[in-house]
Design a protein around this ligand. Structure first.
Ligand code: KG4
Ligand code: ZN
Length: 403
Protein backbone atom coordinates (compact mmCIF):
# COMPACT_ATOMS: atom_id res chain seq x y z
CA UNK A 1 0.00 0.00 0.00
CA UNK A 2 0.99 3.67 -0.39
CA UNK A 3 4.43 4.63 0.80
CA UNK A 4 5.51 7.97 -0.60
CA UNK A 5 2.33 8.30 -2.69
CA UNK A 6 4.50 9.45 -5.60
CA UNK A 7 3.65 8.18 -9.07
CA UNK A 8 5.81 8.90 -12.13
CA UNK A 9 3.57 9.40 -15.17
CA UNK A 10 4.82 8.95 -18.75
CA UNK A 11 2.88 10.11 -21.81
CA UNK A 12 3.88 9.68 -25.48
CA UNK A 13 0.62 9.01 -27.35
CA UNK A 14 0.97 11.72 -29.99
CA UNK A 15 3.42 14.59 -30.43
CA UNK A 16 4.42 15.48 -26.86
CA UNK A 17 6.91 13.49 -24.80
CA UNK A 18 5.92 14.11 -21.19
CA UNK A 19 6.82 12.93 -17.70
CA UNK A 20 5.53 14.10 -14.32
CA UNK A 21 5.61 13.19 -10.66
CA UNK A 22 2.26 13.53 -8.86
CA UNK A 23 1.60 12.89 -5.16
CA UNK A 24 -1.51 10.82 -4.37
CA UNK A 25 -3.30 12.02 -7.51
CA UNK A 26 -3.72 15.37 -5.81
CA UNK A 27 -0.53 17.43 -6.12
CA UNK A 28 1.76 17.97 -9.11
CA UNK A 29 5.33 17.76 -7.86
CA UNK A 30 6.89 18.14 -11.32
CA UNK A 31 5.69 18.16 -14.91
CA UNK A 32 7.89 18.26 -18.01
CA UNK A 33 6.60 18.37 -21.60
CA UNK A 34 8.85 18.22 -24.68
CA UNK A 35 6.81 19.43 -27.63
CA UNK A 36 7.44 18.27 -31.19
CA UNK A 37 5.55 21.18 -32.74
CA UNK A 38 8.67 22.47 -34.55
CA UNK A 39 9.22 19.04 -36.14
CA UNK A 40 5.69 18.66 -37.47
CA UNK A 41 4.85 22.33 -38.23
CA UNK A 42 6.32 22.29 -41.74
CA UNK A 43 4.07 19.33 -42.65
CA UNK A 44 0.94 20.93 -41.16
CA UNK A 45 0.20 17.81 -39.09
CA UNK A 46 1.76 15.03 -37.05
CA UNK A 47 3.97 12.66 -39.10
CA UNK A 48 3.81 9.37 -37.14
CA UNK A 49 7.33 8.16 -38.05
CA UNK A 50 8.86 11.48 -37.02
CA UNK A 51 6.84 11.44 -33.79
CA UNK A 52 8.27 8.02 -32.80
CA UNK A 53 11.82 9.19 -33.59
CA UNK A 54 11.39 12.36 -31.52
CA UNK A 55 9.94 10.38 -28.59
CA UNK A 56 12.99 8.09 -28.70
CA UNK A 57 15.25 11.12 -28.48
CA UNK A 58 13.31 12.83 -25.71
CA UNK A 59 12.07 10.08 -23.40
CA UNK A 60 15.20 9.57 -21.27
CA UNK A 61 16.00 13.28 -20.69
CA UNK A 62 12.32 14.15 -20.09
CA UNK A 63 11.87 11.45 -17.42
CA UNK A 64 15.20 12.44 -15.86
CA UNK A 65 14.13 16.11 -15.75
CA UNK A 66 10.80 15.21 -14.12
CA UNK A 67 12.57 13.29 -11.36
CA UNK A 68 15.19 16.01 -10.85
CA UNK A 69 12.51 18.73 -10.64
CA UNK A 70 10.62 16.60 -8.12
CA UNK A 71 13.82 16.14 -6.06
CA UNK A 72 13.01 12.43 -6.26
CA UNK A 73 14.75 9.28 -7.35
CA UNK A 74 13.18 6.11 -8.71
CA UNK A 75 13.54 4.63 -5.22
CA UNK A 76 11.11 7.27 -3.88
CA UNK A 77 8.28 6.21 -6.21
CA UNK A 78 5.29 3.99 -5.42
CA UNK A 79 4.56 3.20 -9.08
CA UNK A 80 5.08 4.15 -12.71
CA UNK A 81 2.08 4.98 -14.90
CA UNK A 82 2.09 5.08 -18.67
CA UNK A 83 -0.39 5.90 -21.44
CA UNK A 84 -1.39 2.61 -23.09
CA UNK A 85 -3.71 4.14 -25.75
CA UNK A 86 -5.44 5.45 -27.71
CA UNK A 87 -2.84 7.15 -29.88
CA UNK A 88 -0.17 6.48 -32.48
CA UNK A 89 1.13 2.91 -32.15
CA UNK A 90 4.82 3.71 -32.61
CA UNK A 91 4.64 6.75 -30.33
CA UNK A 92 2.82 4.85 -27.56
CA UNK A 93 5.35 2.02 -27.75
CA UNK A 94 8.25 4.33 -26.89
CA UNK A 95 6.64 5.38 -23.60
CA UNK A 96 5.38 1.89 -22.78
CA UNK A 97 8.70 0.16 -23.46
CA UNK A 98 10.64 2.66 -21.37
CA UNK A 99 8.09 2.58 -18.53
CA UNK A 100 8.17 -1.24 -18.51
CA UNK A 101 11.97 -1.29 -18.37
CA UNK A 102 12.07 1.28 -15.54
CA UNK A 103 9.38 -0.55 -13.58
CA UNK A 104 11.07 -3.94 -13.99
CA UNK A 105 14.55 -2.68 -13.15
CA UNK A 106 13.32 -0.91 -10.01
CA UNK A 107 10.73 -3.50 -8.91
CA UNK A 108 7.93 -0.95 -9.17
CA UNK A 109 4.35 -1.70 -10.21
CA UNK A 110 3.35 -0.47 -13.65
CA UNK A 111 -0.09 1.08 -14.23
CA UNK A 112 -1.65 1.38 -17.71
CA UNK A 113 -3.72 4.54 -18.22
CA UNK A 114 -6.19 5.39 -20.97
CA UNK A 115 -5.24 8.76 -22.48
CA UNK A 116 -8.87 9.97 -22.39
CA UNK A 117 -9.18 9.06 -18.71
CA UNK A 118 -5.99 11.07 -18.25
CA UNK A 119 -7.62 14.16 -19.79
CA UNK A 120 -10.58 13.80 -17.41
CA UNK A 121 -8.24 13.49 -14.43
CA UNK A 122 -6.41 16.66 -15.50
CA UNK A 123 -9.49 18.57 -14.32
CA UNK A 124 -9.86 16.47 -11.17
CA UNK A 125 -6.18 17.00 -10.35
CA UNK A 126 -6.58 20.78 -10.69
CA UNK A 127 -9.69 20.63 -8.55
CA UNK A 128 -7.91 18.69 -5.80
CA UNK A 129 -4.99 21.12 -5.97
CA UNK A 130 -7.35 24.11 -5.62
CA UNK A 131 -9.28 22.45 -2.80
CA UNK A 132 -5.96 21.61 -1.16
CA UNK A 133 -6.82 17.91 -0.86
CA UNK A 134 -4.43 16.63 1.81
CA UNK A 135 -1.82 14.56 0.01
CA UNK A 136 -0.71 13.07 3.31
CA UNK A 137 -4.03 11.27 3.61
CA UNK A 138 -4.53 7.89 1.97
CA UNK A 139 -8.12 8.86 1.18
CA UNK A 140 -8.90 8.37 -2.46
CA UNK A 141 -11.24 11.22 -3.25
CA UNK A 142 -12.67 14.32 -1.64
CA UNK A 143 -16.38 13.92 -0.94
CA UNK A 144 -17.27 16.62 -3.49
CA UNK A 145 -16.39 14.43 -6.48
CA UNK A 146 -19.84 13.48 -7.73
CA UNK A 147 -20.87 12.22 -11.15
CA UNK A 148 -19.79 14.66 -13.84
CA UNK A 149 -20.38 15.00 -17.54
CA UNK A 150 -16.96 15.18 -19.20
CA UNK A 151 -16.40 16.62 -22.67
CA UNK A 152 -13.00 15.46 -23.92
CA UNK A 153 -12.24 17.67 -26.90
CA UNK A 154 -8.84 17.39 -28.51
CA UNK A 155 -7.05 16.77 -31.79
CA UNK A 156 -8.07 13.12 -31.84
CA UNK A 157 -11.27 13.05 -29.77
CA UNK A 158 -14.60 14.68 -29.21
CA UNK A 159 -16.23 12.43 -26.65
CA UNK A 160 -18.87 12.95 -23.96
CA UNK A 161 -18.66 10.67 -20.92
CA UNK A 162 -20.57 10.42 -17.71
CA UNK A 163 -17.78 9.93 -15.16
CA UNK A 164 -18.66 8.46 -11.75
CA UNK A 165 -16.52 7.57 -8.77
CA UNK A 166 -18.08 4.45 -7.23
CA UNK A 167 -16.33 3.41 -4.01
CA UNK A 168 -13.20 5.15 -5.23
CA UNK A 169 -13.19 3.44 -8.63
CA UNK A 170 -13.97 5.66 -11.60
CA UNK A 171 -16.37 4.32 -14.21
CA UNK A 172 -17.21 5.96 -17.50
CA UNK A 173 -20.25 5.72 -19.75
CA UNK A 174 -19.97 6.97 -23.31
CA UNK A 175 -22.82 9.40 -24.00
CA UNK A 176 -21.77 10.93 -27.32
CA UNK A 177 -18.91 11.26 -29.75
CA UNK A 178 -17.92 12.53 -33.15
CA UNK A 179 -18.84 10.37 -36.11
CA UNK A 180 -15.97 11.75 -38.20
CA UNK A 181 -13.40 14.47 -37.39
CA UNK A 182 -12.54 15.59 -33.87
CA UNK A 183 -13.13 19.27 -33.08
CA UNK A 184 -9.37 19.90 -32.73
CA UNK A 185 -8.83 18.20 -36.07
CA UNK A 186 -11.31 20.67 -37.61
CA UNK A 187 -9.39 23.59 -36.04
CA UNK A 188 -6.13 22.17 -37.43
CA UNK A 189 -7.49 21.47 -40.92
CA UNK A 190 -9.20 24.85 -41.27
CA UNK A 191 -6.04 26.58 -40.05
CA UNK A 192 -4.00 24.69 -42.64
CA UNK A 193 -6.48 25.62 -45.35
CA UNK A 194 -6.16 29.30 -44.38
CA UNK A 195 -2.36 29.20 -44.32
CA UNK A 196 -2.13 29.52 -40.53
CA UNK A 197 0.36 27.86 -38.19
CA UNK A 198 0.36 24.36 -36.70
CA UNK A 199 -1.34 23.31 -34.49
CA UNK A 200 -4.21 25.43 -35.74
CA UNK A 201 -6.21 25.78 -32.53
CA UNK A 202 -4.08 28.46 -30.86
CA UNK A 203 -3.90 30.49 -34.13
CA UNK A 204 -7.65 30.40 -34.66
CA UNK A 205 -8.21 31.19 -30.98
CA UNK A 206 -5.97 34.28 -31.20
CA UNK A 207 -7.19 35.56 -34.59
CA UNK A 208 -10.90 34.97 -33.93
CA UNK A 209 -10.81 37.67 -31.26
CA UNK A 210 -10.49 40.28 -34.06
CA UNK A 211 -13.26 38.97 -36.35
CA UNK A 212 -17.05 39.13 -36.46
CA UNK A 213 -18.38 35.70 -35.34
CA UNK A 214 -21.72 36.34 -37.05
CA UNK A 215 -20.30 37.27 -40.48
CA UNK A 216 -20.63 33.75 -41.95
CA UNK A 217 -23.58 31.75 -40.62
CA UNK A 218 -22.24 28.17 -40.54
CA UNK A 219 -24.91 25.68 -39.55
CA UNK A 220 -24.76 22.21 -38.04
CA UNK A 221 -27.50 19.82 -39.12
CA UNK A 222 -28.94 17.47 -36.50
CA UNK A 223 -27.45 14.02 -37.06
CA UNK A 224 -30.34 11.76 -37.92
CA UNK A 225 -31.31 8.50 -36.31
CA UNK A 226 -28.70 5.99 -37.34
CA UNK A 227 -30.43 2.88 -38.57
CA UNK A 228 -27.93 2.86 -41.45
CA UNK A 229 -25.01 3.24 -39.04
CA UNK A 230 -25.89 0.23 -36.89
CA UNK A 231 -22.65 -1.49 -35.95
CA UNK A 232 -20.57 1.03 -37.93
CA UNK A 233 -17.42 2.53 -36.55
CA UNK A 234 -16.83 6.27 -36.60
CA UNK A 235 -14.68 7.74 -39.35
CA UNK A 236 -12.20 9.49 -37.08
CA UNK A 237 -8.47 9.45 -37.84
CA UNK A 238 -7.69 8.33 -34.30
CA UNK A 239 -9.68 5.99 -32.09
CA UNK A 240 -11.70 4.02 -34.62
CA UNK A 241 -13.39 2.60 -31.60
CA UNK A 242 -16.86 2.04 -30.18
CA UNK A 243 -19.79 1.68 -32.57
CA UNK A 244 -21.95 4.78 -32.96
CA UNK A 245 -25.32 3.10 -33.21
CA UNK A 246 -26.33 2.71 -29.54
CA UNK A 247 -25.71 6.41 -28.84
CA UNK A 248 -28.45 9.02 -28.86
CA UNK A 249 -28.03 10.95 -32.14
CA UNK A 250 -28.65 14.21 -30.24
CA UNK A 251 -25.24 13.76 -28.64
CA UNK A 252 -23.31 12.87 -31.79
CA UNK A 253 -20.94 15.40 -33.30
CA UNK A 254 -19.71 15.83 -36.87
CA UNK A 255 -17.00 18.30 -37.83
CA UNK A 256 -16.04 17.23 -41.34
CA UNK A 257 -18.92 19.21 -42.91
CA UNK A 258 -17.85 22.59 -41.53
CA UNK A 259 -14.32 22.02 -42.80
CA UNK A 260 -15.73 21.50 -46.31
CA UNK A 261 -17.99 24.53 -45.89
CA UNK A 262 -14.95 26.68 -45.04
CA UNK A 263 -13.12 25.27 -48.08
CA UNK A 264 -16.07 26.17 -50.34
CA UNK A 265 -16.24 29.67 -48.83
CA UNK A 266 -12.52 30.19 -49.41
CA UNK A 267 -12.79 29.08 -53.04
CA UNK A 268 -15.94 31.08 -53.71
CA UNK A 269 -14.45 34.27 -52.27
CA UNK A 270 -11.05 33.93 -53.96
CA UNK A 271 -9.13 33.57 -50.68
CA UNK A 272 -6.87 30.70 -51.83
CA UNK A 273 -3.90 32.74 -53.06
CA UNK A 274 -3.96 34.90 -49.95
CA UNK A 275 -3.85 31.76 -47.76
CA UNK A 276 -0.91 30.29 -49.69
CA UNK A 277 1.05 33.52 -49.41
CA UNK A 278 0.38 33.61 -45.66
CA UNK A 279 1.81 30.16 -45.03
CA UNK A 280 5.34 31.25 -46.01
CA UNK A 281 5.18 34.17 -43.57
CA UNK A 282 3.68 32.06 -40.79
CA UNK A 283 6.67 29.72 -40.67
CA UNK A 284 8.88 32.65 -39.67
CA UNK A 285 6.54 33.76 -36.84
CA UNK A 286 7.08 32.50 -33.30
CA UNK A 287 3.50 32.75 -32.07
CA UNK A 288 0.01 33.93 -33.11
CA UNK A 289 -0.72 37.71 -33.26
CA UNK A 290 -1.71 39.41 -30.02
CA UNK A 291 -2.96 42.80 -31.23
CA UNK A 292 -5.51 43.86 -33.85
CA UNK A 293 -2.67 45.51 -35.82
CA UNK A 294 -0.67 42.27 -35.89
CA UNK A 295 -3.78 40.25 -36.79
CA UNK A 296 -4.64 42.61 -39.68
CA UNK A 297 -1.06 42.51 -40.92
CA UNK A 298 -1.49 38.75 -41.29
CA UNK A 299 -5.15 38.41 -42.37
CA UNK A 300 -7.53 40.87 -44.05
CA UNK A 301 -10.79 41.54 -42.16
CA UNK A 302 -12.92 39.08 -44.21
CA UNK A 303 -10.49 36.27 -43.28
CA UNK A 304 -10.63 37.26 -39.61
CA UNK A 305 -14.44 37.23 -39.87
CA UNK A 306 -14.37 33.76 -41.45
CA UNK A 307 -12.09 32.48 -38.66
CA UNK A 308 -14.29 33.96 -35.94
CA UNK A 309 -17.45 32.54 -37.57
CA UNK A 310 -15.92 29.05 -37.85
CA UNK A 311 -14.87 29.09 -34.19
CA UNK A 312 -18.25 30.45 -33.09
CA UNK A 313 -20.08 27.64 -34.90
CA UNK A 314 -17.87 24.82 -33.59
CA UNK A 315 -18.07 26.05 -30.00
CA UNK A 316 -21.83 26.55 -30.33
CA UNK A 317 -22.27 22.94 -31.43
CA UNK A 318 -20.08 21.60 -28.60
CA UNK A 319 -21.96 23.77 -26.13
CA UNK A 320 -25.50 22.89 -27.24
CA UNK A 321 -24.94 19.13 -27.22
CA UNK A 322 -22.99 19.10 -23.97
CA UNK A 323 -25.61 21.10 -22.07
CA UNK A 324 -28.43 19.06 -23.63
CA UNK A 325 -26.70 15.88 -22.40
CA UNK A 326 -26.19 17.39 -18.93
CA UNK A 327 -29.89 18.22 -18.78
CA UNK A 328 -30.92 14.75 -19.96
CA UNK A 329 -28.63 13.02 -17.46
CA UNK A 330 -29.25 15.42 -14.60
CA UNK A 331 -25.50 16.13 -14.34
CA UNK A 332 -24.82 19.26 -12.26
CA UNK A 333 -21.11 19.42 -13.03
CA UNK A 334 -19.49 19.61 -16.47
CA UNK A 335 -15.79 19.01 -17.08
CA UNK A 336 -14.30 20.27 -20.34
CA UNK A 337 -10.84 18.97 -21.10
CA UNK A 338 -8.34 18.21 -23.91
CA UNK A 339 -6.41 20.60 -26.12
CA UNK A 340 -9.47 22.47 -27.42
CA UNK A 341 -10.45 23.24 -23.81
CA UNK A 342 -7.56 25.74 -23.92
CA UNK A 343 -9.71 27.89 -26.23
CA UNK A 344 -10.57 31.23 -24.61
CA UNK A 345 -13.92 31.71 -26.33
CA UNK A 346 -14.96 28.14 -25.48
CA UNK A 347 -14.19 28.75 -21.80
CA UNK A 348 -16.07 32.05 -21.83
CA UNK A 349 -19.21 30.62 -23.47
CA UNK A 350 -19.31 27.41 -21.41
CA UNK A 351 -18.83 29.44 -18.23
CA UNK A 352 -21.62 31.86 -19.22
CA UNK A 353 -24.03 29.05 -20.15
CA UNK A 354 -23.29 27.10 -16.96
CA UNK A 355 -23.97 30.22 -14.86
CA UNK A 356 -27.29 30.77 -16.67
CA UNK A 357 -28.31 27.18 -15.86
CA UNK A 358 -26.86 27.16 -12.32
CA UNK A 359 -24.48 24.36 -13.25
CA UNK A 360 -20.81 24.04 -12.42
CA UNK A 361 -18.23 23.89 -15.22
CA UNK A 362 -14.51 23.16 -14.72
CA UNK A 363 -11.53 23.28 -17.05
CA UNK A 364 -7.92 22.27 -16.48
CA UNK A 365 -5.26 24.99 -16.36
CA UNK A 366 -4.00 25.81 -19.85
CA UNK A 367 -0.88 23.70 -19.28
CA UNK A 368 -2.97 20.67 -18.28
CA UNK A 369 -5.46 21.09 -21.16
CA UNK A 370 -3.06 19.85 -23.82
CA UNK A 371 -1.17 16.56 -23.52
CA UNK A 372 0.91 16.15 -20.36
CA UNK A 373 1.93 13.38 -17.98
CA UNK A 374 0.60 14.83 -14.71
CA UNK A 375 -2.88 13.78 -15.84
CA UNK A 376 -1.61 10.23 -16.45
CA UNK A 377 -0.05 9.99 -12.98
CA UNK A 378 -3.23 11.45 -11.42
CA UNK A 379 -5.51 8.97 -13.23
CA UNK A 380 -3.25 6.13 -12.07
CA UNK A 381 -3.70 6.88 -8.35
CA UNK A 382 -7.13 5.19 -7.90
CA UNK A 383 -5.80 2.22 -9.88
CA UNK A 384 -2.74 2.07 -7.64
CA UNK A 385 -4.94 1.97 -4.54
CA UNK A 386 -6.99 -0.81 -6.15
CA UNK A 387 -3.81 -2.65 -7.11
CA UNK A 388 -4.80 -2.65 -10.79
CA UNK A 389 -1.38 -3.24 -12.26
CA UNK A 390 -0.46 -3.79 -15.90
CA UNK A 391 0.66 -7.26 -17.02
CA UNK A 392 4.29 -7.68 -18.14
CA UNK A 393 3.07 -8.15 -21.71
CA UNK A 394 1.41 -4.69 -21.78
CA UNK A 395 1.49 -3.30 -25.30
CA UNK A 396 0.21 -0.25 -27.15
CA UNK A 397 -3.48 -0.21 -28.02
CA UNK A 398 -3.96 2.59 -30.61
CA UNK A 399 -7.77 2.14 -30.48
CA UNK A 400 -8.19 1.69 -26.72
CA UNK A 401 -11.70 2.62 -25.59
CA UNK A 402 -12.72 4.14 -22.27
CA UNK A 403 -16.28 2.86 -22.15
O1 KG4 B 1 -5.08 17.18 -26.11
P1 KG4 B 1 -4.13 17.54 -27.19
O2 KG4 B 1 -2.84 18.23 -26.81
O3 KG4 B 1 -3.72 16.28 -28.04
C1 KG4 B 1 -4.64 15.29 -28.40
O4 KG4 B 1 -4.91 14.40 -27.55
O5 KG4 B 1 -5.13 15.40 -29.56
O6 KG4 B 1 -4.96 18.45 -28.22
C2 KG4 B 1 -4.37 19.02 -29.35
C3 KG4 B 1 -5.47 19.75 -30.13
C4 KG4 B 1 -5.01 20.29 -31.48
O7 KG4 B 1 -5.99 19.96 -32.43
C5 KG4 B 1 -4.96 21.79 -31.25
O8 KG4 B 1 -5.20 22.56 -32.40
C6 KG4 B 1 -6.05 21.99 -30.21
O9 KG4 B 1 -5.92 20.87 -29.36
N1 KG4 B 1 -5.88 23.23 -29.46
C7 KG4 B 1 -6.76 24.24 -29.48
C8 KG4 B 1 -6.21 25.27 -28.68
N2 KG4 B 1 -5.01 24.83 -28.18
C9 KG4 B 1 -4.82 23.57 -28.66
N3 KG4 B 1 -7.93 24.38 -30.12
C10 KG4 B 1 -8.60 25.53 -29.96
N4 KG4 B 1 -8.13 26.58 -29.23
C11 KG4 B 1 -6.95 26.48 -28.57
N5 KG4 B 1 -6.51 27.50 -27.85
ZN1 ZN C 1 -4.75 14.32 -25.64
Amino acid sequence: MPGSGLILGIESSCDETAAAVVARGARTVSSVVASQIATHARYGGVVPELASREHLRAIVPVVHAALVQAHATLADLDAIAVTAGPGLAGALLVGITYAKALAFANALPLIAVNHLEGHIHAVLLNQRECEGAPDSSPDLLPASEDASLALVVSGGHTHLYLARPIHGVWSYSLIGRTVDDAAGEAFDKVAKLLGLGYPGGPWIDALAAFGNPHAVPFAFAQIKSKAHLAGKLPRTKAAKTAPIAPLDPHFLFSFSGIKTAVLRYVELHGMRAEARARLDRILSLQCPPRTRGEALALCPQPTLDLIASFQYAVIGDLLRKTFAAAERLGARHILVTGGVAANHELRRRFTQEAAARSLRVSFPTLALSTDNAAMIAAAAWPRFLNREFAPPQLSADPALTLA
